[in-house]
Design a protein around this ligand. Structure first.
Ligand code: AMP
Length: 214
C-alpha cells in the first residue's frame, strides 16, 4: 500500500499515519521529521533547512525531493509507505510521479485530511512533542500526556516545536493555501483522491481512512 496524506499543518496527518503504519506494518515517511532530525544533528542540509522552517516557509523543492528519493531507496519501504508532508508543491508532486515511474510503482490512494481552520489553529497551538523519542501530544485535545509536560513513553520533558508559535503558524497556513492546496486538484484528476472529514475520535478517523483506502 502506497499512500500520500495531504492536509493543512495540524490536520493530524502524523497522528493518523502513525496509527495506520502500526496497523499495516509499513513505515511513515515524514519529510518534516527527517528535516528536524537533520537540524538536530547539525548536518549541512539541516542548517540550510532551518532558516526556512523557522519562518514557516517551505524548504526548496530540490533539497526535499533529493532527500525523499534517498529515503524511497531504503529496503523498509518495499512493502509500502505513507508519505506525510510530501509532496507540498506541484513541482514536488511531478518529481514524485517521475520517481515512482522509474521504480515501476503506483500510488494506492491520496488521502485528503479535511479539518476546519479553527480546529487546526487550536490543534497547532496545543501541540507538544517529545525531543527524546519523537512522540506527539496535544494539550488542547484528548492526546494530552498522562502527566503534564512529560512523555508517556520515555519520560523526557515535552517541548513545543519552534515553528508552532503564533506568527509561524499563520505563515504555515498561508503557505499551505498558496502552495499545497493546489495539489488537491492535481490528485483529483488521477481518480486516487479520498477526502476524509477528520473531526471526532482518532480511532474512528483512522478506521475511516483505512476503509477508504482498502
Ligand atoms: P511538518 O512537520 O510536515 O509540519 O514540516 C515542518 C516544516 O518542514 C515545514 O513547515 C517546512 O518548512 C519543512 N518541510 C517539511 N516537508 C516539506 C516539503 N515536502 N517541502 C518543503 N518543506 C517541507
Amino acid at each position: 500500500m502506497r499512500l500520500i496524506f495531504l492536509g493543512a499543518p495540524g490536520a493530524g496527518k502524523g497522528t493518523y499515519a502513525a496509527q495506520l503504519c502500526q496497523q499495516m506494518g509499513i513505515p511513515t515517511i515524514s519529510t518534516g521529521d527527517i528535516l528536524r532530525a537533520n537540524v538536530k544533528q547539525g548536518t549541512a542540509l539541516g542548517q540550510e533547512a532551518k532558516t526556512y522552517m523557522d519562518k514557516g516557509g517551505l524548504v526548496p523543492d530540490e533539497l526535499v525531493t533529493r532527500m525523499l528519493a534517498d529515503r524511497l531507496s531504503a529496503e523498509d519501504v518495499k512493502p509500502g509507505f505513507i508519505l506525510d508532508g510530501f509532496p507540498r508543491t506541484i513541482a514536488q508532486a511531478q518529481s514524485l510521479d517521475v520517481l515512482l515511474k522509474e521504480k515501476g510503482l503506483n500510488l494506492t490512494a491520496v488521502v485528503n485530511i479535511d479539518v476546519p481552520r479553527e480546529v487546526i489553529i487550536r490543534r497547532l497551538s496545543g501541540r507538544r512533542m517529545c525531543p527524546g523519542c519523537g512522540a506527539n501530544y496535544n494539550v488542547n485535545t484528548n492526546l494530552k500526556p498522562k502527566q503534564a509536560g512529560v512523555c508517556d513513553k520515555c519520560g523526557a520533558a515535552l517541548i513545543t516545536r519552534s515553528d508552532d508559535n503564533e506568527a509561524t503558524i499563520m505563515n504555515r497556513l498561508q503557505v499551505y493555501e498558496q502552495q499545497t492546496a493546489p495539489l488537491i486538484a492535481y490528485y483529483q484528476k488521477t481518480g486516487l483522491m479520498k477526502t476524509i472529514q477528520a473531526e471526532g475520535e482518532i480511532a474512528d478517523i483512522v478506521a475511516r481512512i483505512r476503509a477508504a483506502v482498502s
